[in-house]
Design a protein around this ligand. Structure first.
Ligand code: 2P0
Length: 337
């Protein structure tokens, strides 16, 4: 679908995604080209809604996040992203950007994927770029790697792309697209065990892992095997294999971080308590598999029919009220008006 706004203004909505095959490590920091392919499920929770309108009179971009002026690194990243859009559009106009993110403060879920996916769709439309879904995914990638996947609903694979040829060809080859899946009726039970801020931002942690961890290269290689097997299992509707690959890929990613120098450790004692619960669920015959991102919270992949039982099992390992059940959600889209 070609996305084009009218009158220099557009509003878009996008949802977060959780990777089952992780993105961890870049081969090009500027273009945000990943070392390996990744694969995710877009959630039906916590949309980000972003409005962009051009202001030809303005001397600088005005960016608000949940009603507050953005500053520091957050502002710098949005302005850099808008500069990219302006360059492609051949327009100099500054923009007013207002983004509302519904992730509860401290829910421990990153908002950069939904945030840059929504910004890419809204800004591309407001500046009249007329991009298709693939081009929007490539554009979102430049804001935050994982945002490339939030362009699509359900399951999406983000291709690392090729390095044969020019930087432009590499850039063109790295985008996400939907993954064909048999109906596996998945849910992700999110156990928020610690709502505090990250110990180290994922971008810096990723860089340190690539540069110093002796386990990084073997994980990146095995992640390619995981991805191929995962795609086959999704196509076949083989839920247990999907879950097993999900869990081992995440644990492998965390192993690369633990071996970094100095170590990057996001997992906490409460994380391990939840992992024990998940293991016990499997011993009791419930297919449930854990994955963790750049923080201590655990997302448990299970069937929708088992989600309440899984939520109950992990609830007392997390502070009260902080277990959420997510299902597969929609891709990013323009809102009318
Ligand atoms: C992922 N994460 O695949 C992985 C797993 C966290 C752990 O993508 O530097 O915010 O903006 O490209 O996308 C978090 O990293 O990083 C992430 P940048 P991003 O979901």
């Amino acid at each position: 679908a070609t996305e084009r706004g009218s009158g220099g203004r557009a509003t878009a909505v996008a949802h977060p995604n959780i990777a089952l095959i992780k993105y961890w490590g870049k081969r090009d920091e500027h273009l945000i080209l990943p070392r390996a392919d990744s694969l995710s499920m877009t959630l039906d929770l916590f949309p980000t809604t972003t409005r962009v309108h051009l202001d030809p009179e303005a001397g600088h971009d005005e960016v608000t996040l949940n009603g507050r002026p953005a500053e520091g690194e957050a502002l710098r990243r949005v302005v850099a992203f808008l500069n990219l859009v302006r360059k492609r559009a051949g327009l100099a106009s500054k923009a007013v950007v207002a983004s509302e993110n519904t992730v509860p403060t401290g829910a421990g879920l990153a908002s950069s994927a939904s945030g840059f996916a929504a910004l890419a769709v809204a800004a591309a439309a407001a500046y009249g770029l007329g991009l298709d879904a693939t081009a929007l995914s490539r554009l979102a990638r430049r804001g935050s790697g994982s945002a490339a996947r939030s362009l699509f609903g359900g399951f999406a694979v983000w291709h690392a792309g090729t390095d044969s040829g020019t930087a432009l060809q590499a850039d063109l080859s790295s985008y996400a697209e939907p993954v064909p899946v048999s109906d596996i009726d998945p849910a992700l039970v999110i156990a928020v065990v610690d709502a505090g801020p990250k110990t180290i931002p994922s971008r810096a942690a990723m860089r340190r892992t690539v540069e110093t961890s002796p386990l990084y290269e073997p994980w990146a290689v095995s992640s390619g095997d995981d991805l191929r097997l995962m795609r086959a299992a999704l196509l076949a509707g083989d839920f247990e294999t999907v879950g097993e690959i999900t869990e081992r890929n995440a644990l492998g990613m965390h192993a690369t971080m633990l071996a970094a120098r100095p170590a990057v450790r996001y997992l906490s004692p409460a994380t391990l308590t939840v992992l024990d619960r998940v293991l016990r669920l499997r011993e009791d015959g419930v297919p449930a598999y854990a994955t963790m991102d750049a923080g201590p919270n655990v997302k448990v992949l299970c069937r929708r029919a088992d989600a309440e039982r899984v939520a109950e099992a992990v609830r007392d390992a997390a502070p009260s009220g902080s277990v959420l059940v997510a299902k597969a959600g929609p891709g990013a889209r323009l809102l009318p008006g």
